[in-house]
Design a protein around this ligand. Structure first.
Ligand code: ZN
Length: 361
């Protein structure tokens, strides 16, 4: 099976310039090819008796090399695969248009969905580096999967750059066919129906204290001054460190779940609703529930386990996991669930996790 991976790049200015140039070449090749193919279609409409054959991606690239590259020297500063891939994408876009599965391809504008594709020696070096043709070695914030790939796409969103690639994986066998319910929480990162409790990263609190201290100490610096810039850089680095610790913790948790259980049941959290509650918001942002869901989805695919997402209105915390009686009210600070009907006593989060598990089994 083919898995996709996309992550943010950590760039220096030299790299940023090279990426912009590649986007420029990809856009130029696309727009040139689109202009030409539109002319051909117009010609064929007016001259039904002397139609010109609609070009293939290979034809287009041959013409580009002959007509466009020699006139625009900056093409030579970029990988030759970039215009080639842009023309292939254009040909695919026309194909979809002719099949009526999509509209007529559009001209690309600078700064809007900038992207380009590189083909050739794409190599993952170590945990955080990827080598790509012409541009060289690019760094990532996130750990890269150790896989083989032949091409990658680099794209821009505002001032952030992302790299994505696809790779072939043998589906790995999930170790068992058990069902696990997962209650995501504020106090502990996750409580599993097996009784396991996964706490958030410990080192993280320490860094966070340092962060708020730094922000406070720098509150009077003049915005834009050198001292302010220095402090901003330190603050940004600390933010990154915290984000990385968080991501690592999530990776461990999601692998544990997908690898060891045949079915994973989670709740569809109403994150935007919870974000409105300011106290909860910070805890949720810290734990990265969006990221949790993203990781768990692709890992379940990888291990061939099932991910079951339960409707957010399911009252997982209010039901007694022993007798099934539902409580009318349960305050947020009640950490222990006591059933008024059968007298069952259980940790609140564990109770919720067991209820989630029960849905699937
Ligand atoms: Zn009960």
């Amino acid at each position: 099976m083919l898995l996709g991976f996309k992550t943010e790049l950590k760039l220096n200015n030299q790299h940023r310039i090279a990426l912009m140039k590649h986007c420029g070449v990809a856009r130029h090749a696309w727009n040139w090819g689109l202009g030409l193919t539109k002319q051909i279609l117009d010609h064929n409409k007016v001259n039904p008796d002397s139609k010109i054959k609609f070009p293939s991606a290979i034809d287009l690239h041959k013409w580009l090399v002959a007509l466009v590259k020699s006139e625009n020297e900056w093409y030579y500063e970029c990988s030759k695969s970039t215009p080639q891939q842009a023309l292939m994408a254009l040909r695919e876009a026309w194909k979809r248009c002719f099949n009526k599965t999509a509209g007529v391809p559009k001209f690309k504008k600078k700064g809007k969905r900038d992207s380009f594709t590189l083909e050739g020696t794409v190599k993952i070096l170590g945990n955080n580096k990827i080598q790509v043709p012409v541009i060289g070695v690019l760094k990532t914030y996130e750990r890269l999967p150790q896989v083989l790939t032949k091409s990658c796409t680099i794209s821009r969103q505002a001032d952030r750059w992302f790299i994505s690639f696809r790779f072939e994986v043998n589906q790995q066998d999930c170790l068992s066919d058990t069902v696990v319910g997962v209650d995501l929480g504020v106090k502990a990162l996750a409580t599993l129906s097996t009784g396991e409790v996964v706490l958030g990263a410990k080192s993280y609190k320490k860094h966070e204290a340092k962060l708020s201290r730094m922000q406070w100490l720098n509150r009077h610096k003049i915005i834009g001054s050198n001292n302010w810039k220095k402090a901003q850089l330190q603050i940004a680095r600390l933010h990154m460190k915290i984000a990385n610790i968080r991501k690592d913790t999530l990776h461990k948790l999601t692998t544990l779940l997908a690898k060891n259980h045949g079915t994973v049941v989670i709740e569809d959290l109403n994150v935007s609703g919870m974000m409105a509650n300011h106290k909860l918001a910070k805890a949720i942002a810290d734990m990265g529930f969006f990221e949790f869901r993203r990781q768990l989805t692709y890992k379940c695919e990888l291990y061939g386990s099932k991910l079951l997402v339960v409707d957010r209105w399911f009252p997982s915390s209010k039901i007694c996991s022993s007798c099934g009686t539902k409580k009318e009210t349960l305050a947020l600070n009640e950490r222990v669930f006591e059933c008024g009907h059968c007298g069952f006593v259980i940790d609140r989060d564990l109770n919720a996790a067991v209820n989630l598990k029960k849905i699937a089994s």
